[in-house]
Design a protein around this ligand. Structure first.
Ligand SMILES: [Zn+2]
Length: 488
């Protein structure tokens, strides 16, 4: 059973704006924390920092934070996201484009830059033709006007030679399903899911020998035995999305890739190599020069989540290596299909690669079909705007404790006045926030053993009862019964 110590409502400073105005946050220390209980806490707006859980007091803060999560099943990378991926690909290929030249090039995938690629292989041309036929069959099966659709989509139905060291891409990849899905939604007025459209195209594909296709996150990834690095090598197997316990990504080195890019997932550890990057990042990005190995340990290494050997759940470090050199670390909590991003730090020398966005895309791709929790979103906070660009995302309504799709209208409500805690849900009174506070179900743990509050109300000090009422109010009735309270 999960057990927490109560730290109460503590004074702090707003950490989200330069004003650093006084604010308050409710703090718990988790002694043990079951995955399900942690998930329930996140879904009530809590965040984790080492062994501590905190929830800003939204009535006493200048920047009200809303928990934001991405629906990964329906995620579609934006052009800006694809640019980040391409930038890293180019870096790995050692293709240096001068910044002047880069400025003149359009940001669009279909721009002249795409034409500078090496001459397409015969297989690529074959795949292109197969894809077109399969897409037309899918469009027809949905009742779309094939001629009009073909004209509208002809530049979008493309197969690209994969240049990234991406384990989840084959030698060739196509984003065509995203365009087909958008077209179908517009043409039919129905709401199609890109993953289903991609699967439909994959099923309709008639591929050349020794070529296979997988549909992952709406992308079609082609694996061709004849075009992989070593011609006698089998296509790279797909890793199950959450099989991440100390498993290095099976990263194929593509012919044009000059630098080696690897991702390794380990349990959190305070090694000199990792700590040095954290220290450099804090000093460079946050102007924080007071870090110590002990502060790093308590902030990011310590975790109350179970670390069962062989389990894909719990807290992990994702280590990104370039030619063997550690360049970035993502700290994540894996909760079944859901991933929660805790922190990310990188070597300041690699800031131009936008590794923060890259790692988020990587984590989203690996979190399967669940939600990707991106921490807090604050209206009008420019540093947080990037989170809302991962769509479709949802914000937690602090009044009803329900998630609400982050439409333009909902985001505008948080932007109107960042210091006002606003109800985001369409109807009030949906959640449990108006329920009376009941502390009878709480189990207190003393050195001598557990006791139920219900049986000992008269012997407990009024101050203790007040603390328990505050706790019950802030975690809600369900977690009040699930979280044991450690009294020593
Ligand atoms: Zn503030």
């Amino acid at each position: 059973m999960s057990r927490v110590r109560l730290y109460g409502n503590r004074p702090t400073q707003c950490g989200y704006c330069p004003a650093k105005r006084p604010s308050h946050q409710y703090v718990l220390e988790a002694v043990h924390l079951a995955i399900d209980d942690y998930q329930a806490l996140i879904d009530r707006g809590w965040r984790r920092s080492g062994m501590h859980l905190y929830q800003p007091d939204r009535q006493q803060i200048c920047c009200v934070p809303y928990t934001i999560r991405l629906d990964t099943k329906h995620f579609k990378p934006s052009k800006a996201h694809l640019r980040v991926q391409r930038k890293l690909d180019e870096f790995l290929e050692d293709r240096h484009t001068s910044s002047k030249k880069r400025k003149r090039e359009p940001a669009d995938e279909d721009g002249p830059r795409a034409k500078k690629k090496a001459a397409p292989s015969p297989l690529l041309a074959t795949l292109q033709a197969c894809l077109k036929t399969a897409v037309m069959a899918v469009l027809e099966s949905h009742g779309a006007d094939v001629v009009a659709a073909g004209a509208a989509l002809h530049t979008k139905i493309r197969v690209l030679a994969a240049r990234a060291a991406e384990s989840d891409r084959g030698a060739f990849s196509s984003p065509a399903a995203h365009a087909v899905c958008a077209y179908l939604n517009k043409a039919t007025g129905a709401s199609h899911i890109v993953a289903n459209v991609a699967q439909g195209i994959a099923d309709a594909l008639q591929l050349p020998p020794l070529t296979t296709v997988t549909a992952v996150n709406g992308f079609l990834n082609f694996h061709a035995a004849t075009e992989s690095v070593a011609s006698n090598e089998a296509p790279t197997p797909q890793l199950p999305p959450t099989a991440c316990e100390a498993v290095p990504d099976a990263t194929p080195t593509l012919p044009r890739q000059k630098r080696k890019w690897e991702l390794e997932t380990i349990r959190p550890a305070n090694t000199p190599e990792i700590y040095e990057i954290y220290k450099a990042y804090q000093a460079h990005v946050h102007d924080d020069t007071a870090v110590t190995p002990a502060s790093f340990e308590s902030f990011l290494v310590a975790s109350p989540l179970p670390a069962v050997p062989g389990s894909a759940e719990g807290s992990f470090f994702q280590l990104y290596r370039l030619d063997g050199e550690l360049v970035a670390v993502g700290v994540v909590d894996v909760l079944g299909d859901n991933w929660s991003s805790v922190y990310f730090f990188y070597k300041p020398a690699y800031a131009s690669l936008q590794l923060g966005t890259y790692s988020a895309l990587r984590e989203i791709a690996r979190c399967g079909s669940g939600y990707y929790y991106m921490g807090y979103y604050i209206g009008n906070c420019t540093k947080m705007q990037y989170k809302a660009r991962f769509t479709p995302s949802e914000l937690l309504c602090p009044v009803t404790q329900t998630f609400v799709v982050a439409t333009k209208d909902v985001l505008a409500r948080t932007d109107a006045d960042a210091s006002q805690c606003v109800c985001l849900a369409p109807a009030h009174g949906v959640g449990d926030s108006s329920d009376g506070v009941d502390i009878d179900g709480i189990i207190l743990h003393f050195p001598d053993g557990p006791v139920a509050v219900a049986d000992n109300k008269t012997s407990l000090h009024p101050v203790v009862l007040d603390h328990l009422r505050d706790f019950a109010a802030v975690v809600g009735p369900d977690l009040t019964r699930r979280l044991g309270v450690q009294m020593y």
